[in-house]
Design a protein around this ligand. Sequence first.
Ligand code: RFL
Length: 394
Amino acid sequence: RGISVVVVGAGPAGLTVGSILRAAGVGCLVLETATREVVEHRPRAGVIEEWAVRGLARRGLARTLLERAQAHTECEFRFAGERYRFGYTGLTGRHHFVYPQQFLVTDLVREYADVRGGEIRFGVRDVRLHGTGSARPAVSYVCPDSGERRVVEADFVAGCDGARGVTRASLPAGRVRLARHDYGVGWLALLAEAPPSSDCVVFGMHPRGFAGHMARSPEVTRYYLQCPPGDSPENWPHERVWAELRERLGAAGAPPLTEGRLIEKRVLDMHSYVVEPMAFGRLFLAGDAAHLTAPIAAKGLNLALHDAFLLGDGLVAALTKGDDSALAGYSDACLARVWDYQEFSQWLAEMYHGTASGDPYRAGAALARLRRLFSSPAAAAEFAERYLGVRTTG
Ligand code: RFL
């Protein structure tokens, strides 16, 4: 079978693109450096916006998700010792789906490879791109078993290899712009083997730093603790983590946290970047390969899916109807939503971190920003829209 598209990376972006291509009968090959086992068990995101789930469902990719995901309609802010519930579904008619990213990836691997007959090679090494500016680009890789280098030619290459991938480097330096923003804070990202301690996402703004609580499943909960950038997870033993979470998420009438064994503990330095444009010649980037949003606003997976829908549909139009117009507009169409979400993350970051900045001016302004959400219906409506990604500019 002829390969029309090589997709580099089997994350949410790459597998969604591949599944869309296979549904249209397009020959494609997905190359992935990790093993299937690793890809299907890597816990990351868990909050998916309603439009993104609808987009997956329209493409036949949300059957299991719709059976198993939880719907969330509210979040809670805790600050100055009080709890404030924020019902965003009442303001927008939309909700969030909570479904661990590794479950979605597992569903997508099955759909792409086992149901739609897509080819996928796990565990490949040293992936390289060749002639991306030419009419017939190629990707080469080293096979895990034989150690032999193979070259695959195609019409298009989809660079979906995440923040640490190789495809971004094939965009010629003089033709792209990298915009980067460093938030100057770290987040200790934790996964606890413990049921959620609240029925919704909880954000704690505390002078000791931000803390977050996000359900992942009935058995596992994600927590975040703001920490200095570059901090070591070893500085955060079990007792310190739970003491700090209790303190920062403490508020009048709040139920006690359900503690459990910490099964993941890593420090994320909060930064974001955007590569513009997201395409060169016959190479198109999608997801974290093109843009990273610090997990502040839980947007990364949603943006990866948005790109993947546009890229998958655009490639199908080009390859089956000879219509290149969607591919020509691909980068601009993605970047409108990317920048909308970046700006929201920046706005939210100040509200989360201002209180603990040590700067009384920033702390006062952050508190005013929070209070407005509960005193101004217009401010509440705007937050709800942006939190759910509805009516964006992209
Ligand atoms: P991925 O998921 O990183 O997948 C890229 C794949 O490419 C492979 N790869 C290569 N393959 C071939 N050749 C190479 N040279 C390769 N190099 C790498 C990798 O092994 C991998 O399988 O990128 P993709 O598809 O763009 O998806 C992006 C999302 O994974 C990411 O944006 C989110 O996880 C971000 N994120 C969150 N997003 C949300 O929308 N909501 C959340 O609640 C949320 N929470 C999070 C998050 C990210 C986190 N971390 C770990 C940064 C929480 C955390 C802790």
